[in-house]
Design a protein around this ligand. Sequence first.
Ligand code: HEM
Length: 178
Amino acid sequence: NNNEATPDKRSKDSENHTPATTATVHSLHGHEELNEQMRMIDLTEEDLDLLRMMKPIVEREINYITDQFYNTVLGVNKLESIILEHSSIERLKGTLKQHIIEIFDGKVDEQYIAKRLTIAKIHKKVGLEPKWYLSAFQNLQNVFITVMYNETYKDNERLKVVQTVTKLLNLEQQLVLE
Ligand code: HEM
């Protein structure tokens, strides 16, 4: 059957930079705009599968990931003050660890959306400005990409994994900053 994408064909497609539209996009009932956002970043079920496969790596490296994050956040006086006033470093570290691991459950559902709205509200309440949230996020993304790079050996795997991770982190930012 010529219509079926063979592994060879697929790797050729990715060399030609055609979008990977092999799997259906997640479609959430009653969230038409979000579905469109996910389509726009080409988030597919395949990405969610890949995320679940990466979960053990993230669990293994979670201390490294969150330590890097906190070292840079605590280097900014303004941010350190917010944390000390409204929470504690240990508590927030625990929260972030759990949150990051959860992202790799690869589930984008009602609960996922609700949680991002809560995070947005809390950040607003503690006075965390979007520019700092985005800076912290970029830092997190840098660390993620380094970890994933070290765990993959083929160029096409690396590309795929990095694309998947950045898609999910981007979706997260879209929801938290809305
Ligand atoms: C709360 C994630 C950046 C300060 C939270 C929560 C999550 C979270 C999951 C808990 C929400 C809940 O209770 O349901 C993130 C992510 C960030 C980020 C993914 C960026 C990558 C920051 C930064 C600060 C910060 C840069 C620095 C001031 C706080 C504070 C709370 C909070 C003070 C309340 C914590 C508490 O109740 O103990 N954040 N956050 N966050 N975040 Fe962030």
